[in-house]
Write a protein that binds this ligand. Structure first.
Ligand code: PEP
Ligand code: MN
Length: 356
């Protein structure tokens, strides 16, 4: 796919491109007040949800078409570009009619190929409007790419994506797990696609916006879309993750943007070290597998079962504790050893099943 870079006259072409605004457009005053305060912070692209996909009925489902006229007013009074979420053909028609500058497709919609196709069909003949596609709620890279292809096939070339994390049954620190390897893999597959990060929906909490934004910048994301509200505590949706425009300004000012520079000599030295360490790790793993095969041979000769649960549990917890004492995350170490153990078991099965 041959994407075109999303550039807007008057918006500087440098990282990060920022889109900010409330989760939802609630009232005309809230929309205009937030937009004016954001403009003071140098924000040029405003966001506001007009139709809100809610998990359960009965929540605030957005103001609908009327709020589009408020967005037009934001354009007129502040000169900002405006963006909103579309999920149906009707949304697209209304958004185009009201001169919305940029559209995004929400995570629940990306997960539904019928809805994405409907949006794509309605966009035909409107090739100029940039469209940002959020990742689907589930961690399915192919489904995400499928949505990108559907929009691209409708003739839209100014496409970008938004990483907003993936839902999980167990809620831990994040509202939606970042699983950074998925947008990184998307970037590897489609290198000229602009990637935005949505730290508000990943974190679900105000205090996580700054560290997540920094992480996205260090991973070379192109932009950020952040929820900001003039009175966040009174927001009608997603109040815990919205910040005032002032706070947003502070967050953006503390971001450190590290670009590739000419002095890559130190880096290549460090990369050489990494290559050597990886080679040593691989050799050590092979050595461990040889020992595992010898154990397999012993178990076979003594009619012992391969899996000895107590020993397995002991290995996992001991390694996790050791790893933690060396500054690594316990879950990470556990995952590594689960994987090593399953390869050991596979190797021992080979020995067991070998007819002597
Ligand atoms: C939003 O941007 O307000 C929104 C509903 O996001 P998501 O589709 O990522 O849940
Ligand atoms: Mn929201």
């Amino acid at each position: 796919m041959d994407f075109e870079k999303i550039t807007l006259p008057g918006v500087e072409d440098k990282r990060p491109m920022i889109i900010a605004g409330p989760c939802s457009a609630e009232t005309e005053d809230q929309v205009l007040e937030t937009a004016k305060q954001l403009k003071k912070q140098g924000i040029k692209i405003f966001r506001a949800g007009v139709w809100k996909p809610r998990t359960k009925p009965g929540g605030f489902e957005g103001v609908g078409v009327e709020a589009l006229t408020w967005l037009e007013k934001v354009k007129k009074e502040t000169g900002m570009y405006v963006s909103t979420e579309v999920a149906t053909a009707k949304h697209v028609e209304e958004a185009l009619k009201h001169n919305i500058d940029l559209l995004w497709i929400g995570a629940r919609t990306t997960a539904n190929p019928f809805a994405v196709q409907e949006i794509a069909d309605t966009l035909k003949g409107h090739e100029d409007i940039p469209v940002l596609i959020k990742n689907p709620v589930n961690p399915d890279l192919e489904l995400w790419i499928g949505a990108i292809e559907r929009i691209y096939n409708a003739g839209i070339k100014k496409i970008g994506v938004i990483h907003r994390g993936f839902s999980s049954y167990d809620k831990k620190l994040y509202r939606n797990l970042p699983q950074w390897h998925i947008p990184i893999e998307l970037h590897r597959r489609l290198p000229n696609l602009q990637i935005f990060c949505d730290p508000s929906h990943i974190g679900g909490r105000r205090d996580l916006i700054a560290p997540l934004s920094q992480q996205a910048m260090d991973l070379r994301f192109d932009g950020l879309i952040i929820e900001s509200h003039c009175t966040p505590d009174l927001a009608w949706s997603d109040k815990d993750q919205q910040v005032t425009p002032d706070v947003l300004g502070l967050i953006l000012n503390t971001l450190v943007i590290r670009e590739m520079n000419q002095t890559t000599e130190n880096l290549s030295e460090l990369r050489k070290q990494i290559d050597e360490i990886d080679m040593t790790l691989t050799e050590l793993l092979a050595k461990r597998m040889r020992v595992a095969r010898e154990i397999g041979q012993y178990k076979k000769e003594h009619d012992m079962p391969i899996l000895q649960t107590m020993r397995y549990d002991e290995i996992l917890s001991r390694r996790a504790t050791d790893g933690a004492s060396m500054g690594m995350d316990q879950d990470f170490v556990k995952t590594i050893f689960e994987s090593i153990h399953s390869e050991s078991v596979r190797q021992q099965m080979e020995i067991m099943n070998k007819i002597k």
